[in-house]
Design a protein around this ligand. Sequence first.
Ligand SMILES: *[C@@H]1O[C@H](CO)[C@@H](O)[C@H](O)[C@H]1NC(C)=O
Length: 244
Amino acid sequence: MRYQAFTPIFLVFLIACTISLAQNPPGLPLRKRLPRPFIDLPHLRHEQRRQENIELKQWLQNQQPMMTPAIAMPPGVDASGGSKQSKDSGSDGLVVSDVLPKTRGINIFASLTRDFEPIDSRFNDATNNVTILAPRNSAIQGLPRKPWENPDDYEQFGEAKAYEGPKGQDRAKRNLKRFVDAHIIDRSPWNEGDEAESLGGDKLRWTKDGDKIFIQPGNIEVDSIAERVSNGEVWILNGVINYR
Ligand SMILES: *[C@@H]1O[C@H](CO)[C@@H](O)[C@H](O)[C@H]1NC(C)=O
């Protein structure tokens, strides 16, 4: 009798546990987090959540290797159309948007680029070559100011108000865009000594010292050329390009 009375209560408890576990699995290994400084800015938290969503989708997609990655497509663009476009190009058919999120050590920069639709679709555009100069994570984390911060904003709007409210968010986003744009060269291949323009409008070239490549001005060391695909290359930088 006693057991019978407790069974329904126990069942309800069990179901409640199952539901809460399903909604919030413990130690979910997919939830890669942006480093601390990115979390600390309250208005960028939703970006972080968006990012986690994208990464989760990506992970799921990677479980099915036959599927073409279409998650990097900006919203509103037909995913199948986009992947068809990338398949038509080059011998292996990969475009930089396919390889950038998977390149090790630069996922902060990669996630920043995904916040901007024009850049995102450009990386997916097989007819527009780019050279992506991706600073390694530690280079971004080691910056004296965050990529979305601009000393002028602090001067004009004050320390507390600079990135507060919708206008502040716009400013942060604009600064971030400038940071990203400074790291994208609108051509590939990009040959030694050739002056090329970044999307931010700066003129850059590179020189070689022994085996090492250095980007000028700034003498920024290139760690490696991580990816070469049909519409461009991903370079990993040990520093950042001056972005203002
Ligand atoms: C784009 O990159 C590919 C692969 O490196 C190259 O074969 C092609 O000539 C490039 N196109 C232009 C217009 O530079």
